[in-house]
Write a protein that binds this ligand. Structure first.
Ligand SMILES: [Fe+2]
Length: 314
């Protein structure tokens, strides 16, 4: 059984709210996709925080200033360290957890500034994509295949935002497909097979000309098909691809499909005390993982009360 919602109208209302907050920096790419030009300062702050985190994460306690080119070169090689999951998620460790908290802080500040959000899925999905990523992925859906995220267990009402940050954004990119007919709720069925998926994309979608650009945040409705596209000679790209539930789902619910990732969902209200009351502490071991319906997400984290930190430091 499916529940009808007017996706076009709901996304339109959401986009109007973003346009109001973004004051002339928001463009409509389609009925279901918008892009926001971030202010230089907020984008640069996030970028510097990401570079700082990656430097600490890769080089450990001996790290010093590292350039974007150096980081990209290292990630483009085949790092032996187990800090990348098979799908390219960059996992923090205890020695880099303060830096990672800064990345979390600057990213969610951007989200809360422009988007009307009910909640999002933890933990922050900072990823590296290389031309090797798709071969190694243990994900139940390969991100290089055109797909909907509801097919990997996320709510069919979750919007997704894409924020390319560093590296070869031009040749290592994301492509989007827009529905050309009224959206059929059945497209979001978690049990959609690969051949059904191909059928849906071929018959009811058209590819958009949207090209990823640095400094822009892209926000897509759940029904926008997307895929990673890496040209043969492209180098690594680092980006954040975050799923979130728009504010209207607070009243209307997360959708009736069995949401496999519910345990990773956090509401903005619960997030409000970060970082005033606590920050995240990440364990050194990522051997413990929470199975999320065929996928694994790192769970080596706990909340560390900030007041204790100060007491300990005194
Ligand atoms: Fe996706």
């Amino acid at each position: 059984m499916t529940v009808e919602i007017n996706r076009k109208e709901l996304f339109n209302e959401f986009a109007l709210g973003v346009q109001e907050r973004g004051k002339g920096r928001v463009e409509r790419e389609s009925d279901y996709l918008i892009k926001i030009q971030l202010e230089e300062e907020e984008f640069d702050t996030l970028k510097i925080n990401v570079l700082q985190f990656l430097s600490a994460r890769i080089f450990g306690e001996d790290y010093s200033i590292t350039s974007e080119d150096e980081i990209i070169d290292l990630l483009q090689g085949d790092p032996k360290d187990e800090f990348l999951t098979s799908s390219g998620l960059i996992l923090p460790k205890r020695q880099s957890c303060l830096e990672f908290n800064l990345v979390i802080l600057s990213f969610y500040k951007i989200l809360q500034r422009y988007l009307s959000v009910y909640g999002w899925y933890e933990i922050l999905p900072l990823r590296v994509k290389t031309n090797r990523s798709s071969n190694k992925s243990a994900s139940i859906r390969n991100s290089s295949m055109p797909h909907l995220d509801s097919w990997t267990g996320f709510s069919d009402r979750a919007y997704v935002c894409f924020l390319p940050l560093l590296g070869d954004i031009e040749r290592n990119t994301i492509k989007f497909w827009n529905p050309i007919v009224d959206i059929d709720e059945k497209w979001h069925d978690f049990n959609t097979s690969d051949s059904q998926a191909n059928n849906i994309v071929e018959n009811y979608y058209e590819r958009l000309n949207t090209c990823l650009q640095a400094g822009y945040l892209y926000v897509a409705e759940s029904s926008v098909v997307h895929a990673t596209e890496v040209q043969g000679d492209a180098t690594a790209r680092i980006s954040i691809d975050q799923l979130f539930l728009p504010e209207w789902t607070r009243k209307q619910g997360l959708g009736i499909q069995d949401v496999k990732r519910y345990n990773d969902f956090i509401t903005v209200d619960r997030y409000e005390s970060f970082p005033h009351e606590y920050i995240y502490d990440f364990h050194d071991s990522h051997s413990v993982r929470r199975p999320t319906n065929g996928l694994c997400s790192p769970v080596g984290r706990k909340k560390l009360p900030l007041s204790n930190q100060f007491e300990l430091a005194a």
